[in-house]
Design a protein around this ligand. Sequence first.
Ligand SMILES: NC(=O)c1ccc[n+]([C@@H]2O[C@H](COP(=O)([O-])OP(=O)(O)OC[C@H]3O[C@@H](n4cnc5c(N)ncnc54)[C@H](OP(=O)(O)O)[C@@H]3O)[C@@H](O)[C@H]2O)c1
Length: 293
Amino acid sequence: METRKHVWITGANSGLGLATSRALALAGWFVSMACRNEERGQRALAEVHRAAGRDSARLVLCDLASLDSVRKATTSLPKSHPTLHALVNNAATIQAKRQETDDGFEMQLGVNHLGHFLLSHRLQPFMDTSGPDQARIVNVTSGAHKIGRIHWNDLQLEQGYGPFRSYAQTKLANILFTYELARRLDGRFHVNCIHPGAIASNFGRESGGALAAFIFTVFRPFFLTAEQAAKPLVQLVDGSKGAVTGKYFSRHKEVRSSPASYDIDAAQRLWSISTDLIDLTDEERRRSGLYRQ
Ligand SMILES: NC(=O)c1ccc[n+]([C@@H]2O[C@H](COP(=O)([O-])OP(=O)(O)OC[C@H]3O[C@@H](n4cnc5c(N)ncnc54)[C@H](OP(=O)(O)O)[C@@H]3O)[C@@H](O)[C@H]2O)c1
């Protein structure tokens, strides 16, 4: 019988996602590495296999910029690993110019928030709920949430797009989602979020525009390696630190997030708008267990 725990990690082919995949595989987890690109995904999978063995991980193709792709990737889990003990919503993008996903959402809103919002719903039925500490969700946010606000009248930023304006909005959305999910899970298992610190990764290098490229190049020598940044995240998935729920961590430390992130009305409003945008079906709603029947 399979005794290893099973974790699903988005953005697993690069930076923090790859380092976390490798660390958890080495710690004895089976890792579902969710990536949008087959070639980059296979390369990352081979790295994890080299480090932790050929049966330590599998590749799942899942493009968060496509609701259809998220739905296809989550229809079932492998027979050998039918239960999930952790989900790490890590992938993110920043776009210099306003782009849209397959479903017509502003790209950062679509990938960083809505794609993960749907993914988290779709994976709920597979989460181990046999005890409060059996499963965990960790959402990767950023300190940038502090300058973010939810642009209720222009959520898709059609009127006033800016790469950091959008990024900060989505990273605040990650925290509002975490806190509302914790309320809805009502202790069934743990969900927390983390700012991993500034990382010398691929983030924003190609898509983020001149300012992002400047920041990520000039300050790179002062940034954490992906392996360093992964340590506190791994502890939230696999250590006693993660046995809390509805908390925000700045690297190793549990701290308070911005005042705006504790606005319960805002969290519920964003949740409701998000379910409408992703066209959550009655079946998905029911199976997620996140709604009062
Ligand atoms: N880097 C930092 O300084 C920093 C600071 C604070 C917070 N963070 C957060 O840390 C997390 C990881 O970032 P990172 O630094 O490791 O960046 P990264 O190296 O650029 O990794 C981002 C990952 O997200 C994936 N991704 C992008 N668009 C996607 C899509 N449509 N569908 C599925 N996956 C997609 C990327 O895949 P591709 O390789 O195919 O593009 C990549 O695997 C993010 O949530 C970010 O907001 C980063």
